[in-house]
Design a protein around this ligand. Structure first.
Ligand SMILES: Cc1cc2nc3c(=O)[nH]c(=O)nc-3n(C[C@H](O)[C@H](O)[C@H](O)COP(=O)(O)OP(=O)(O)OC[C@H]3O[C@@H](n4cnc5c(N)ncnc54)[C@H](O)[C@@H]3O)c2cc1C
Length: 443
């Protein structure tokens, strides 16, 4: 039986995963195919390359991204302190010098005596052989995973649980909705009663919305993203361009709904569906779009009831690869049906450099514990880690999609104050206590 731990992909998650194992005294082999074979987005052979923006988001400790960084640093992160060492001015965000940052991460990992680096493409055959031999394997190959490995993951997950693109509808915080306008009702009162919330349009509101929508600027598709439109993921702005009423007869159809303010069917209705069990987040149903983010928010705030909506995620349609984690993975990110096979990073259904790195540390800790004969330790729910893992485990009926860390993922404390700032402070207080108790379990 093999004791070897293989980590595939030295991006954000794989770099942290290898580091977490090695710094706990557990040797690993790290496969990275670049520069031998490049992805369509990476430019260098460096580990942990930033493929686009150079921002690790807020470093204010009193924000969700700041709390996550604090937790990662306390767990021994490589990426966060190296980013801080190579920071460039970025306001409250941690912006990094991408070249020097990635060069240092690469050198640190390559120089570690417990990390063996192999610069080659990892294939399904290699994975199968390693698992058959009893080895542990962490796939950290990210949104641009090679085709053979993606196909293998799709087969393992039963295909319908692996996605090759994001067609993400925006998500809003529940307590930013105007409930004097929005009403709760499932279409024809079927199923879960008040599971759906409805934003009712009158004719004038609908006309103005469609006009703004079709005029708004879209994000251009990259060359490798050209073929990603499948059934059911056409952007709403393109549907609206087909005809002024096409949304009203399609994604925003009002049939089966009665606005309690008028006792009549609205002209059109945008539905909101809970995004988590606690109903702190709602996604805008069938509202996938490719509008640029600034203008997207402006347009969506024209929807009745969303004027002051806080968006934790805006709509995107882009190339991505991720597993439907709530259906396929354990809370410690091992395939339920394939012991020894883990995933980390964006493949799990988190979004962003920092969140992906965070999941790499988490899987690295679990692999190291297993090598030492210890059970996985799952983070306590209120921590930033617990909040991300909860997103990956929540089996609420929804279109599962990658998510950044945000306030809506943190659970409301039992005696949540009505004021937003106070409520957020309580969430942070609870996160800090919960994280500490989890960390104590790990040592
Ligand atoms: C075009 C684009 C732009 C993005 N812009 C941003 C942004 O601005 N900000 C942000 O926070 N996030 C952005 N993201 C998301 C970002 O890629 C992820 O958040 C982050 O890089 C994911 O980390 P990861 O470790 O999961 O994957 P990656 O960092 O992509 O690492 C995966 C690694 O696996 C390697 N690999 C793949 N297949 C194999 C194989 N078969 N064998 C060996 N190695 C393999 C790759 O070469 C790569 O090094 C963007 C993604 C894309 C595609």
């Amino acid at each position: 039986m093999s004791q070897e731990i293989i980590i595939v992909g030295a991006g954000f998650a794989g770099s942290e995963c290898a580091w977490a194992c090695a710094s706990r005294g557990v040797p690993v082999t790290l496969y990275e195919m670049r520069p031998v074979k490049m992805t369509p987005a990476h430019q260098t052979g460096h580990f942990s390359e930033l493929v686009c923006s150079n921002s690790f988001k807020s470093q204010d400790p009193d924000t969700p991204a700041g709390q996550l960084k604090t937790e990662m640093t306390a767990l021994g992160s490589l990426v966060i302190p190296t980013g801080q060492k190579h920071s460039v001015p970025g306001g409250s965000a941690l912006a990094v010098d991408r070249e020097n940052y990635a060069a240092e991460v690469t050198k640190t990992l390559e120089d570690h005596p417990l990390i063996t680096v192999k610069r080659e493409e990892f294939t399904p055959e290699m994975a199968q052989a390693h698992l058959a031999n009893g080895g542990q394997l962490a796939i950290c190959t990210g949104p641009l995973t090679t085709d053979p490995l993606s196909q293998w993951l799709a087969d393992l997950t039963g295909r319908k649980h692996l996605y090759f693109y994001d067609a993400v509808s925006p998500t809003v915080e529940a307590d930013s909705l105007d409930m004097d306008i929005i009403f709760a009702q499932s279409r024809y009162d079927k199923g879960g009663g008040d599971d759906y919330l409805n934003c009712p349009f009158n004719k004038e509101e609908y006309d103005a919305f469609v006009e703004a929508l079709v005029a708004a600027e879209q994000v251009p598709l990259k060359g490798f993203e050209k073929a990603i439109y499948f059934e059911g993921c056409k952007p709403i702005e393109e549907i609206a361009r087909k005809g002024h009423d096409s949304l009203r007869f399609g994604n925003f159809k009002p049939v089966g709904l009665t606005d309690p303010r008028t006792d009549r069917r609205p002209w059109a209705a945008l539905q909101l569906r809970p995004e988590n069990r606690e109903k702190t987040l709602y996604s805008l149903v069938a509202c996938q779009n490719r509008l640029k983010w600034g203008v997207q928010k402006e347009v969506l705030q024209m929807v009745p009831g969303l004027r002051d909506a806080e968006f934790v995620r805006l709509g995107v349609i882009h190339r991505n690869t991720y597993i439907e984690a709530p259906k396929a993975l354990t809370p410690w990110l091992e395939f339920r049906d394939h012991p020894g096979l883990f995933v980390a990073g964006q493949l799990t259904g988190v979004e962003g450099y920092v969140e992906s790195a965070a999941m790499g540390i988490y899987v690295g800790i679990t692999l190291a514990r297993r090598a030492q004969g210890l059970e996985p330790a799952v983070p306590s729910r209120p921590s930033a880690y617990g909040s991300l893992v909860s997103h990956l485990q929540d089996e609420t009926e929804r279109d599962f999609a990658p998510m950044n860390i945000n306030w809506g993922l943190f659970p409301d404390p039992p005696d949540a104050p009505r004021k937003k700032d106070e409520r957020r402070q309580k969430k942070l207080d609870a996160a800090r206590v919960a994280f500490q108790s989890w960390k104590d379990q790990l040592t």
